[in-house]
Ligand binder design. Structure first.
Ligand SMILES: Cc1cc2nc3c(=O)[nH]c(=O)nc-3n(C[C@H](O)[C@H](O)[C@H](O)COP(=O)(O)O)c2cc1C
Length: 396
């Protein structure tokens, strides 16, 4: 049964408000803090040699980070979407909208339609991703893309959020078939994404098998929809707070990704450009940012977000020069140390961290460093992991 538009509109406004409140008491630490680069004092290059442009599958983006799907569907979120669109246009970053299902179910509601359409109206030449929940029809995929003249379609897989959402779905049994159908129907490539709980190694393999070419692992450590939905429950239906921390971080997902994964995007808990650098070093082709950019827009609209993104682009360029990476994919040759809880995850999943800590040596040709060279006995699965490679194309 289709939910009335006003219920979904109220939920979207709740999400924005609760996500914003959550940032005030936000836990500063996340898995990106368990990653360190080995500093090589003679490996730097000139910032003039650095380009931020990146390839995501067959797309060429001018920056290796983008504004992830959040808003649209109400008057208030239309204002935010407009600010995000202007920021995307002014800084040439790709941008996604929040779920358009509310617009598909209320085609005659001008406020709802405009709250999404503004993304394209303000940013006519930009790279725009429409966003739809799994379970929607093939026709909906086409209409979602049409609404925004979108370049790609994000399909969100949000089972954890649905579980805790008071009015959420309780049946996920047909999701794989649904994704398959949406991929077949969509006139533009589908990006499968989580909403902050991570895509596991097995999920990434399945997505690849059913034809998904790009996946955003969107992991834990940033906006927490378990807490957001829990705050929308009341005492009668009971809290799910005992599940706090459920899921995997973006860093964990990237480290655990299989060789046959789709092209990888990473998001979840990205706070600053150093997190972007770390996600790129672990194999992401670009990095999504939601909560951090929403906070900037809430503070001062596009006038605050545009200079913030400008600073990120500059700082990213300088960090890449320090790390000797002329383009984002070259960050995959850096030596990365994994510590703390993230190292524990890797140990339990059989991921070789010694190879990752010394992978630049294979470029210099001094020593072949990879999983087989590790003292930890690698599992067959781990030997396929992207971190074993110091190449441009870690996932294929
Ligand atoms: C207010 C808000 C609304 C969101 N709405 C959607 C949505 O409609 N569809 C979706 O795929 N993801 C949605 N997300 C999830 C983000 O795209 C992202 O996956 C998640 O917030 C983790 O990134 P972050 O830690 O940078 O916020 C939303 C996030 C926020 C903060």
């Amino acid at each position: 049964m289709t939910e009335p538009a006003h219920v979904r509109a109220a939920r979207k406004d709740d999400h924005v408000q609760l996500a914003t409140e959550q940032r005030a008491d936000h836990q500063a630490r996340n898995d990106f803090d368990d990653l360190e680069f080995v500093h090589h004092a003679l490996s730097g290059i000139s910032a003039d040699e650095v380009t931020l442009s990146t390839s995501v599958d067959s797309w060429h983006w001018q920056a290796p980070f983008y504004i992830n799907g959040m808003t649209g569907g109400t008057e208030q979120t239309g204002v935010i979407t407009r600010a995000l669109a202007i920021a995307a246009r002014e800084t040439s970053v790709a941008v996604a909208c929040g779920s358009v299902s509310i617009a598909l179910d209320a085609p005659d509601d001008d406020v709802i339609q405009r709250s999404f359409r503004v993304l394209r109206d303000e940013n006519p030449d930009g790279f725009i991703m429409a966003n739809l929940g799994v379970g929607r029809s093939a026709d909906d995929a086409k209409r979602a893309v049409d609404l925004l003249e979108a370049n790609a379609l994000q399909v969100h897989l949000n089972a954890v959020q649905e579980t805790v959402m008071p009015e959420g779905s309780r049946d996920f049994s047909d999701w794989q078939h649904s994704v398959e159908a949406l991929v077949a129907a969509s006139p533009v490539p589908v990006i499968a994404k989580e909403v902050g709980f991570g895509l596991s190694r097995r999920t990434l393999s399945v997505l690849s098998d059913i034809g998904v070419r790009v996946a955003d692992v969107s992991g834990t450590g940033g906006t927490d929809f378990l807490r957001i939905e829990d705050a929308r429950r009341n005492d009668t239906i009971g809290s799910f707070s005992m599940m706090s921390g459920f899921g995997q971080s973006a860093a964990a997902c990237l480290l655990d990704a299989p060789a046959d994964a789709p092209h990888l995007l990473a998001s979840g808990g990205v706070r600053h450009p150093f997190d972007v650098v770390k996600a790129l070093a672990l194999g992401a082709e670009a990095v999504g940012v939601a909560g951090t950019f929403l906070e900037a827009v809430q503070a001062g609209g596009s006038e605050t977000l545009v200079p913030l993104i400008g600073r990120w682009q500059l700082q990213l360029t300088q960090m890449m020069a320090l790390l000797g990476a002329a383009q984002p994919s070259e960050l995959r040759r850096t030596d990365v140390l994994v510590r703390g809880d993230l190292a524990d995850f890797c140990r339990l999943r059989g991921i070789d961290l010694a190879g990752l800590a010394r992978r630049s040596e294979s470029r210099a040709g001094t020593q072949a460093v990879g999983f087989t060279a590790s003292s930890d006995a690698p599992t067959p699965a781990a030997s396929m992991s992207p971190i074993s490679l110091a190449s441009e194309e870690p996932h294929r």
